[in-house]
Design a protein around this ligand. Structure first.
Ligand SMILES: Nc1ncnc2c1ncn2[C@@H]1O[C@H](COP(=O)(O)OP(=O)(O)OP(=O)(O)O)[C@@H](O)[C@H]1O
Length: 691
């Protein structure tokens, strides 16, 4: 299986669909193992220290005339050195031969320009002097002229090759950052989420794709500018240095302005901008387009978009116009300095202290030195390249991760324990970070190994939250959650003992085989055994017809956007997801959790699947969450959750006899079925029982 950048971005799980950590980890481990360049090594601790201390995300604002505060200047210098150092280190890690070649090409560009300027001046002088040497100088001029575009073309080719490697490295760093934390709190934190999205957009966008070309163009033009500098310096060092200073002032003022633009884009108003982006994209989406028309919402949407957009950008425009004023002052200063250089050269030529050949060379040199000034788009892109590389580093640092990928972990270890696992929830209190009220206060639930338990309760009572705690996606505020005595919020092995299919399970844009065999895919199991397990799991999940529909082609990608790809119905997708859960059991999970993954199935199909599941998963502990009580009644035990925790606990028959919320809910559902004239065996049985 070879996955491209598009797949990697889907698997980062940064879009609307949040791929569950457990599953994502398996896939990302697999991809990282596949795609990591061979020369990767462990992170550099020194670099990490710089990252940790570098809390600011600003890149290049030169504290030009803003302050004469030396300590601020030193701080800025240190930050700048840290960013540059990291950027070059990461580029070097992407491909040493290409970086070395690009430096050589840049040097060649500078040399070619100098040769062209110098020899053309000499040729002109020789012609003026009617000297035979004119031909020799002309040949050198032509060599310089020819070598320059050739070197530029090579530079383009090499920088695009480097870009591929650099982007792959950045994409893996981002994917690993999204997946490395044990829980999913970072993906639910709006600021962290916005940073992930922003970097991902950059990597996918035009600037990210052309970053290396821009960086090396700036260096190449820098070399050309230095070629011009050398030509001018041959005549006058002071003029060369004065002109260099003028162009660097120009460069610094524009860099400062661009930095303001970039900081705004990333840091300020990002929530407002995200809202505006969302409103703008809504009519372009299939579902959004439908509803907007049905509810006649277009005028409201346009008005709202204009308001949000204006509010998000007002501050940005003010900052930009202030920064632009500074940049224009810098440009004027640089312009006056440059006029000085040309007047100086003109005066020397007029007074005869500069011969005709030297005058031509100096004027050409002055012109070529403009490459050391502001390069417009290339500068913007080169700054962005540094900015986002630094963003990745700082995001990873904030998540407690090294700046580089960790040592190759190889094939994940097989789960050391087998068989059913016991589940113990003791005195658990849990509150979501964004909420004031806890979902649970002192919840107790103990499930012996091998038991099948149905968890029921009204909407919002905390069923899915309980499952997330069992998976270790959150840690409780108080109390303990244990799977066979181990904490899934801390222990990876304990988490892998829990196989869960959530309500919003992921529909991977991958082959049918990978969708089913995902828990085994990264384990290096041979192709035949993998296919056999997937086949068995799909049949046990009553999904044999899915395979038939795909003409027995396990390699079909389950997304119509791919050549030969296709989509499945909601019910077929659920069978695939259930088959995935069974593969996880085959891989060693001891607790199987189904959190309403069968909602798209009709009552009869759901009841059949649950009964079948209880059959095929006899050797493991099973937890079923469903609102359809007819489907879960055959579980060994039924636990009713209420706002105050477990309010009822017993078998279906016991709870019916005892009366209370379960019996009430059951009778209500049965009465609905009876009123609707239900004819299925299940419903008839249900209606009869409730009577
Ligand atoms: N990520 C979250 N951040 C903040 N609050 C959340 C989050 N997820 C769920 N909640 C809240 O926690 C409470 C329990 O939600 P949970 O999804 O566990 O309920 P549930 O019993 O599974 O509901 P349903 O039957 O509708 O699926 C709800 O009040 C819900 O609004």
């Amino acid at each position: 299986m070879h996955l491209g950048q598009r797949d990697l971005q889907q698997l980062c799980g940064l879009g609307d669909r949040m791929i569950r950590v457990q599953e994502r980890r398996e896939v990302v481990r697999h991809i990282v193992a596949q795609q990591r360049p061979h020369h990767d090594r462990v992170g550099d601790l020194h670099l990490l220290r710089i990252c940790r201390s570098d809390r600011s995300r600003s890149v290049s604002t030169f504290p030009l005339v803003q302050t004469l505060d030396i300590s601020r200047l030193i701080l800025w210098m240190r930050r700048w050195v840290g960013v540059e150092r990291h950027f070059w280190r990461m580029m070097w890690r992407s491909s040493r031969p290409l970086v070395a070649a690009l430096f050589a090409i840049a040097a060649a560009r500078g040399l070619a320009i100098w040769l062209m300027i110098y020899s053309s001046g000499q040729a002109l002088q020789a012609v003026a002097d009617r000297s035979d040497r004119a031909w020799g100088w002309l040949v050198l001029t032509v060599i310089g002229l020819g070598a320059s575009p050739l070197a530029e073309a090579w530079q383009g080719a090499a920088s695009y090759a480097l870009q591929t490697r650099f982007t792959r490295q950045q994409t893996l760093l981002l994917a690993e950052a999204a997946n490395a934390p044990h829980g999913i709190g970072h993906l639910e934190n709006s600021e962290t989420r916005a940073r992930f999205n922003d970097i991902e957009e950059y990597l996918r966008g035009m600037f990210g794709v052309n970053a290396m070309y821009a960086v090396w163009s700036v260096i190449g033009y820098g070399a050309v500018g230095l070629g011009g500098f050398a030509a001018v310096a041959q005549w006058s060092w002071p003029v060369a240095l004065w002109t260099l200073l003028a162009f660097r002032v120009l460069h610094a003022t524009w860099t400062g302005y661009l930095d303001v633009l970039l900081k705004d884009l990333v840091e300020d108003g990002s929530i407002g901008r995200r809202q505006a982006d969302y409103l703008r994209s809504l009519p372009l989406e299939r579902a959004g387009g439908k509803e907007l028309r049905l509810f006649g919402m277009t005028p409201w949407l346009l008005r709202r978009y204009a308001e949000v957009w204006r509010a998000a950008f007002t501050g940005i425009w003010q900052r930009r116009s202030r920064a632009l004023r500074g940049a224009l002052i810098g440009c004027t200063v640089a312009g006056i300095m440059l006029v000085g250089s040309y007047v100086w050269a003109g005066h020397a030529a007029w007074t005869g202290s500069l011969a005709v050949g030297s005058t031509v060379a100096v004027l050409q040199g002055l012109m070529q030195m403009s490459s050391l000034g502001a390069l417009g788009d290339f500068n913007v892109q080169a700054i962005r390249a540094r900015f986002y590389e630094n963003e990745i580093r700082s995001l990873r640092s904030d998540l407690g991760l090294a700046a580089t990928l960790p040592e190759r972990t190889g094939t994940p270890r097989a789960i050391d324990q087998r068989g059913a696992a016991a589940v113990d929830v003791t005195g658990v209190t849990f509150t979501y970070r964004s909420r004031a009220e806890p979902v649970f206060r002192g919840l107790d639930l103990h499930i012996p190994a091998g038991q099948s338990v149905a968890v029921v309760g009204v909407n919002g009572v905390g069923k899915s939250t309980l499952i997330k705690l069992l998976c270790g996606l959150y840690a409780p505020d108080a109390g303990t959650v244990r799977i066979d005595g181990r904490d899934p919020a801390l222990d990876d092995a304990a988490r892998r003992r829990v196989a869960t299919i959530f309500q919003d399970f992921v529909r991977y844009h991958l082959s049918l085989e990978t969708n089913v065999a995902l828990p085994l895919v990264a384990r290096g199991i041979d192709e035949q055994a993998l296919r056999h397990t997937a086949d068995e799991a799909l049949r046990d999940a009553a999904g044999a017809d899915v395979l038939t529909r795909l003409d027995d082609d396990w390699a079909t990608i389950l997304e119509p956007g791919y050549a030969g790809g296709t989509d499945l119905s909601g019910g077929q997708w659920q069978r695939v997801a259930l088959a995935r859960a069974l593969t996880a059991v085959a891989a060693g999970a001891g607790v199987l959790v189904l959190d309403e993954p069968t909602a798209a199935l009709d009552v009869r199909a759901e009841a059949e699947i649950f009964s079948r599941f209880l059959e095929v998963t006899r050797g493991v502990t099973t937890i079923l969450v469903s609102h359809r009580l007819s489907s879960v009644r055959h579980a060994d035990r039924i636990v009713v959750l209420g706002p105050e925790g477990v309010v009822q606990d017993g078998t279906h028959d016991e709870l019916l006899v005892a009366g209370g919320p379960y019996a009430d809910m059951f009778r209500l559902q049965a009465a609905r079925f009876a009123a609707a004239g239900a004819v299925s065996d299940q419903n008839a049985e249900m209606a009869g029982e409730s009577a």
